[in-house]
Design a protein around this ligand. Sequence first.
Ligand code: IMP
Length: 444
Amino acid sequence: MPGTCVIGLQWGDEAKGKLVDILTEEHEIVVRYAGGANAGHTVVSDGQTWKLSIIPSGILRDGVACVVTGGVVLDPAKVIDEMDGLESRGVRMHGKLQLSDRAHVVFPWHVVEDRLLDGSLSGGGAIGTTGRGIGPCYRDKVGRSLAIRLGDLYRPDFRAKVEHVVDFKNRLFANWPGAAPTPLDAAAIHAQYAAYAKRLEPHIADTTAFLLDAVEAGRRLLFEGAQGALLDIDHGTFPYVTSSNSSGVGVSSGAGVPGRWIDRVIGVVKAYSTRVGGGPLPTEQDNATGMHLRERGREYGTVTKRPRRCGWFDAVATRYTARLSGVDELAVMLLDVLGGFDELKICVAYDIDGRRTTQFPSQIADLEKAVPVYETLPGWREELDGVRAETGLPANARRYVDRIAELLGRPVSIVSVGPDRQQTIIRDRTAAARPWHSSQPANA
Ligand code: IMP
């Protein structure tokens, strides 16, 4: 079976980019299937740092095809920026990158609407979006009448479509309460996007057909999740979510590849919790612990540079998303960040209205009331960034990893102790079921 998925099980930023980069070695095609320029993937390789947003990190490897499917909302200016940045550092794009003609295009009006509407949640409050026009573009996709897909940029009626949408949006903006946004100029937007279209033309493809041919020919595909499962539009912490299916359930619809072609799902977790933007984070530590995690983990948004909210690992939330995403095995990232704590806490249940539960609530009002029930584990003082084998991990670090595996009901097959490719401990599949604490240090 040819398909592997990498899915973030928290609120995004689980260091999926690093893992995808490593796994790319064993795959021929890397597929980005949801989200847009709201995502930020950092890959560190041979001392070089690469920051990618829409283009899969597989682009850094020769012989790997990278596919951005119709489930993605695509901002052409951002993609072109990324292409320019990569090309200026010697990364070849031609013949490697395909962009779906079905992908919906992010236009300037989407960015304006994102700014106007975030903060207008009923009852007050803000989602705290990345401001990249993601939600408004997906809204127009679902609404259909005002949607423009990448393939439309090459049709003779493209200009008429832009004029139609701009006319509608300008009337909407003119009636906006308070300061109305500057009216959109259809001719200028058309000219700008026609130029983008020209630049992107060699990469436009029917990616669904390409991927179906690929799986039927037994080629190995790696599906790269964006954001995390708790931000899933249908199954996440609604309304504080993104606008796509960012959990494992979104792979098939976003890529157009049936689930029967996927045989390995890797759930990626940070060794603690983070969240950017609004919405509940039950284990949040708005204190010295949280600050310590933020500084050690360099927890600042890749896209927006916002400081991330930090807290203890939440096994209730991640057990839910591991089940939801059909996870077979786990990758525990940023374990090194936890060094230096005497004690570590893991949330194993919530108390909601005096009732103890291990079930993740479906309603945001319940999650907002959830009081975490913690289990305390002993910490470790050693720095882990130089560790390259599981026997090099302190016993308490191995116990911590084992407890995550136990609570989530899945083996941990990968542990990451730093941003570089080398700072990764990968177990072979035969070792996966064995507890980490059972492996003895070489000098024991
Ligand atoms: P949007 O996707 O820009 O609409 O933002 C919706 C919510 O998802 C906000 O809370 C964002 O901070 C969050 N979000 C979107 N993309 C990412 C990501 O790549 N990492 C972490 N949070 C994200």
